[in-house]
Design a protein around this ligand. Structure first.
Ligand code: FES
Ligand SMILES: [Fe+2]
Length: 362
């Protein structure tokens, strides 16, 4: 597993941004969930108000794990979450959603100021739970995507595929955005009409139009996809066609050089309230999309790290993409520096709309 430092991405081990941390289905009632991201153990829980909270896993008193306990009477008595506070199973200290200890049940002493868990901003949206990670502790610098189609009439919601851990640095996944040349061998794309990337501050966009060996009929309409990252960990791809669909691929650093990955697909159907049959069709469609993503996944799971791609004409702007990606690994004050180096549109040649000119071919 190769590290952020080895890729030379920046001074922060983990990128700043919005990241998925759980499928909402993983949380049952107010039962806390142990999770690990950004090289630390954390606990996600829902308060009695329904609000979500994310705090350090380890109690500042004597280090007990707040969520990995089944036998303490705090847990057996169902007393762990009270209001929006969470109680440690070991000696019963209680912490508010801001992480501050707000009760030590047996001590007459004032709660020490250092009795505090770190806490992070979390949001629930589109059936997923997201957190804002910033090693500098700042407020979000951009919004989480709206996912407006989730739950809207005519759309079948995704049921997220939990693809688990990948022993790969996330930069290798992000590379895909600019990787023009892998589409034919890996995905069976053919007759690429257009391949372009837009770099827009914290977003990077890929627009592609092409045929496909199996997905598009001969002489039929080409496929058009509009794909973008909102920050370093959330990819959304819109595909037009008989059933318009929206792919979500999202990945979150767990440790340096290890990511957790999810995939989901929203599908638009005729019925305002999708029928059983339409839901079944959407599930099959999501499976086909997940299978296509698995083609990338298999490569990542087995490749060696690539610190410096050996670029040739026709590869797509992978070097530029990595400069874009560095904005998230450096202090926010430097983000503009990286954006200024890449913002704009790059068209990759070697497509029907942008063939090579004679000089390049020579
Ligand atoms: S270790 Fe948590 S209350 Fe003592
Ligand atoms: Fe791919």
């Amino acid at each position: 597993m190769a590290t952020t430092a080895e890729y030379g991405l920046g001074e922060q081990t983990f990128p700043r941004g919005w990241f998925m941390v759980a499928d909402a289905d993983e949380l049952e009632g107010t039962k806390p969930l142990a999770v690990r991201y950004f090289g630390r153990d954390m606990v996600l829980y829902r308060g009695e108000s329904g609000a979500l909270h994310m705090v350090d896993a380890y109690c500042p008193h004597m280090g007990a794990h707040l969520a990995r306990n089944t036998t303490s009477y705090v847990i057996r008595d169902g007393k762990q979450v009270e209001g929006d506070s969470i109680r440690c199973p070991y000696h019963g200290w209680r912490f508010g959603p801001d992480g501050r200890c707000n009760q030590i049940p047996y001590s007459p002493q004032k709660v020490p100021g250092a009795a505090k868990l770190e806490s992070w901003l979390v949001k629930e949206r589109a059936g997923c739970i997201w957190m804002w990670w910033d090693p500098e502790g700042g407020e979000p610098e951009y919004d989480l995507p709206e996912f407006a189609e989730y739950g809207a009439p005519h759309w079948v919601n995704w049921k997220m595929d939990r693809l688990g851990l990948l022993n790969s640095h996330p930069v290798e996944i992000v590379d895909n955005m600019a990787d023009r040349a892998h589409f034919e061998p890996i995905h069976g794309t053919q007759d690429v009409i257009l391949f372009e990337n837009d770099f827009e501050d914290h977003k990077v966009v890929q627009r592609m139009s092409s045929g496909h060996r199996t997905l598009s009929a001969e002489g039929g309409e080409p496929l058009f996809t509009d794909t973008w990252y909102t920050g370093p960990g959330i990819l959304i791809s819109q595909m037009a066609g008989q059933f318009p669909s929206i792919i979500l691929i999202t990945h979150t650093p767990v440790d340096d050089g290890v990511v957790k990955v999810w995939h989901g697909l929203l599908v638009k159907v005729a019925g305002a309230v999708p029928s059983e049959e339409e839901i079944g069709m959407a599930r099959a469609y999501q499976q086909a999309s997940c299978d296509a993503f698995s083609q990338d996944f298999e490569v990542w799971a087995n490749k060696r790290p690539c610190f410096n791609p050996m670029a040739v004409l026709g590869d797509g702007p992978i070097g530029k993409l990595r400069i874009w990606y560095r904005q998230f690994y450096n202090p926010r004050a430097r983000a503009q520096e990286f954006r200024a180096r890449v913002n704009g549109t790059i068209i990759t040649r070697g497509t029907l709309n942008a063939p090579w000119d004679d000089q390049q071919v020579a």
